[in-house]
Design a binder for this molecule. Structure first.
Ligand SMILES: [Zn+2]
Ligand SMILES: [Zn+2]
Length: 306
C-alpha cells in the first residue's frame, strides 16, 4: 500500500496481530486520519495482500448492498398499504418467484462476477487507481461519480438497445425479461453474457477515466458502485412514490421509466437518465406512442399541404 504515513505502523506489525490490534496501531500513529480511513488502512495492513483485500471487500460489499437494498422492497411488496404506489398493481411477485430469482442471482455472483471482481484490483492499479489513505475530498468524489453515471448511461443505452435486436434478444436478453413486472431482486437477473456486457459500463467507465486522468481513488469507485446498485435495484422495484428521485430530477429515469420497459419489451433503454431515449425517440409507454403518432400525422398533413 503506497502511503508513507503508514510506514511506522508497517514496521511494527507481526503476523499474529489481529485486525483490531492493527487498527489500534494505525490510530495511534495516524491521528490525522478520519475513522473510515483508519479502518481502511488497518484492513490493507492486516491483510498483507492488496489484491485479496480489495477482492474480499468488493465481493462482500456487493452482496450486502445488493441483497440488503432488496429487502425493503420485499417488505413493501408484502404490505398491501403500499399497493397504491405499485406501477403494475395487478402483478405482485410471489415469495417463490423472489426466492428463485435470488438463487440465480447469487449463483451468477459466485460464478460470473467473482473472477471479474478479483481481476479488478490488478487491472485498475495498473492504470493508476489509488487505494491509499487519506481519501480524496468529497467534491472530487461527487464530480467523478456524476461523470461515471453519464458514461455508464450512454454505454447502457446503446448496448441494451442492441440486446433488443431479434437474435441477441432471444439468445441473451430474454432471461432478464422473464419478469414483465420487475421487483428489486430482479435487477441482476440476467444471462452471464449480459452481466459482463452491461457490467463494462459500470466497471469500465472508472477504469477508462483513471487511464486518462490518473486520478481516481478506490473509495470513490466503491461509492459509485453502491449508488449504481441502488439505481439498478430501485429502477426494478416496481414502485413510484411521490418523493421518488425522478419527481425531483425530471431527467432521472427511476422505476417509472424501467417498469414500462419490462411491461412493453420495447423502448426506454437507458439506465439512469431519460435524455438518450428522449433525443433518439425511443421512449416507451402510452404517452410517448401518442406523441409519435401525432408527430407522424403532422408530418403527413404538412406533406399534403405542400
Ligand atoms: Zn430490455
Ligand atoms: Zn430490467
Amino acid at each position: 500500500m503506497a502511503t508513507a504515513v503508514l510506514n511506522a505502523t508497517v514496521a511494527g506489525l507481526s503476523s499474529t496481530d489481529t485486525y483490531f490490534t492493527v487498527l489500534e496501531e494505525v490510530s495511534k500513529y495516524n491521528v490525522q486520519l478520519n475513522y473510515a480511513e483508519k479502518l481502511w488502512a488497518a484492513w490493507y495492513l492486516w491483510m498483507q495482500n492488496d489484491t485479496l483485500a480489495t477482492g474480499l471487500m468488493s465481493f462482500f460489499m456487493h452482496e450486502i448492498i445488493y441483497f440488503g437494498r432488496s429487502i425493503p422492497w420485499m417488505i413493501i411488496d408484502a404490505l398491501p398499504m403500499f399497493n397504491k404506489y405499485k406501477l403494475q398493481k395487478e402483478k405482485r411477485p410471489t415469495w417463490k418467484e423472489q426466492f428463485e430469482c435470488a438463487g440465480l442471482v447469487l449463483l451468477s455472483h459466485l460464478t460470473v462476477e467473482l473472477p471479474q471482481i478479483w481481476l479488478f484490483h490488478p487491472i485498475a492499479t495498473y492504470f493508476g487507481l489509488d487505494y491509499g489513505v487519506p481519501f480524496p475530498p468529497l467534491w472530487k468524489m461527487a464530480f467523478q461519480i456524476c461523470i461515471f453515471f453519464i458514461m455508464e448511461d450512454a454505454w447502457h443505452y446503446w448496448n441494451h438497445r442492441a440486446l433488443h435486436y431479434g437474435p441477441l434478444y432471444k439468445s441473451i436478453h430474454k432471461i432478464h425479461h422473464t419478469y414483465s413486472a420487475p421487483f428489486g431482486l430482479a435487477a441482476e437477473y440476467a444471462s452471464p453474457i449480459e452481466v459482463m456486457l452491461l457490467g463494462i459500463g459500470t466497471v469500465g467507465s472508472p477504469i477508462l477515466w483513471v487511464c486518462f486522468t490518473k486520478d481516481l481513488h478506490l473509495a470513490t469507485m466503491y461509492v459509485w458502485i453502491v449508488l449504481r446498485l441502488f439505481q439498478a435495484i430501485d429502477a426494478h422495484s416496481g414502485y413510484d412514490f411521490p418523493f421518488s428521485l425522478c419527481h425531483i430530477l425530471p431527467f432521472w429515469a427511476g422505476a417509472e421509466h424501467h417498469d414500462v420497459h419490462h411491461e412493453r419489451f420495447i423502448g426506454n433503454y437507458a439506465s439512469s437518465f431519460r435524455w438518450w431515449d428522449y433525443c433518439l425517440d425511443t421512449e416507451a409507454g402510452e404517452e410517448a406512442a401518442k406523441a409519435r403518432r401525432e408527430k407522424k400525422l403532422a408530418a403527413m398533413r404538412a406533406k399534403k399541404a405542400q
